[in-house]
Design a protein around this ligand. Structure first.
Ligand code: TA6
Length: 297
């Protein structure tokens, strides 16, 4: 299946339709969970395991327009994370979250889960701002867990380095009442205080505008939400840093695509960024994986 034939595809557990702003949205519903995914940005917008509530937050103020990033869900950041290191005029978080990805295949697996494969690559527009040839593949598996595996292939004749992230917006009842566990004892950079660095101790609790990078996290980080009575589990492979972000009321109200929705999400982002950016030689592939699930408290 390619992007010229996706208009009204429906097969097995997978359904494809055009929604908001004519963006193609894939919905996967199987015996374990329901998941929605925009082909624009390969952007997962919803994941609801059976017998549990929605894990991801999608801003109702998001514009859902080509050329604009979708606010919420799981934006994919590549080849830079946050602002471009030299050019502040370029979009935050790179170029692939505003590209239309190609749906390669969907497979209903014998265990009842569903696998979806999408891909994208460099084009004239990406090379105008990042002069390398690359190919990206996102492999999703929807079961009791949502598993996202990103493969970055260097198809250039030159070595490049890149940053990448799963910029996950988790749905919470009240960010200030939540805590993020699994980051104890790590070096922390406060991005709002000129990267002031300290050793972090205990669980992370957010207050006001909060953008902190926790270095070299372990494989499991969890978000405890007492008001939703649940713990969200985030398990990673090959993603070194964890960024915890909430804009707080002031910055949120200045952003028409966030507004009062700041009260309903906490971003816990898995990233290879800053000193953890990846060097990739021609012909090499880099793999990273994030697995998301929840359990009741
Ligand atoms: O990852 C954290 C961050 O870089 C924040 O500093 C904030 O600017 C945010 O991402 C923006 O994310 P968005 O999805 O709105 O583009």
């Amino acid at each position: 299946m390619n992007n010229t034939t996706y208009k009204h595809v429906s097969s097995g557990n997978v359904h494809l339709e055009l929604v908001q702003g004519n963006l193609p949205l894939l919905t996967i519903q199987n015996e374990h969970a329901t998941c929605s995914l925009f082909l624009y940005g390969a952007h997962v917008s919803s994941f609801k395991p059976k017998d549990a509530s929605e894990l991801l937050f999608l801003s109702p103020w998001s514009r859902f327009e080509k050329g604009q990033p979708i606010r919420g869900g799981i934006p994919l950041c590549f080849p830079w994370f946050g602002s471009h290191p030299d050019r502040k005029d370029l979009p935050l978080h790179g170029v692939v979250r505003t590209q239309m990805w190609e749906l390669v295949e969907t497979t209903d697996m014998p265990d009842g889960s569903t696998t979806v494969v999408l891909k994208t690559h460099d084009d004239e527009a990406t090379r105008a701002v990042w002069p390398y040839r690359f190919s990206l593949q996102l492999i999703l598996n929807i079961s009791r867990y949502l598993t996202l595996s990103l493969r970055v292939l260097n198809t250039d004749i030159y070595t490049f380095h890149f940053e990448e992230a799963f910029h996950t917006y988790l749905w919470v009842e009240d960010p200030a009442s939540c805590q993020v566990e699994g980051l104890d004892g790590l070096v922390m950079l406060d991005r709002l205080q000129d990267d002031y660095t300290s050793l972090h101790e205990g669980p992370v609790k957010v207050y006001g505008e909060f953008v902190r990078v926790y270095n070299n996290a372990g494989s499991l980080v969890t978000l405890v939400d007492p008001k939703k009575s649940r713990r969200i589990l985030l398990k990673q492979e090959n993603l070194r840093h964890v960024v915890v972000w909430n804009p707080g009321v002031r910055a949120a109200m200045e952003n028409p695509e966030v507004m009062d929705s700041w009260k309903s999400f906490l971003c816990v982002e898995h990233a290879n960024c800053l000193d953890a950016s990846v060097v990739l030689h021609p012909g090499e592939t880099h793999h990273s994986t994030l697995k998301i699930s929840s359990i009741p408290l």
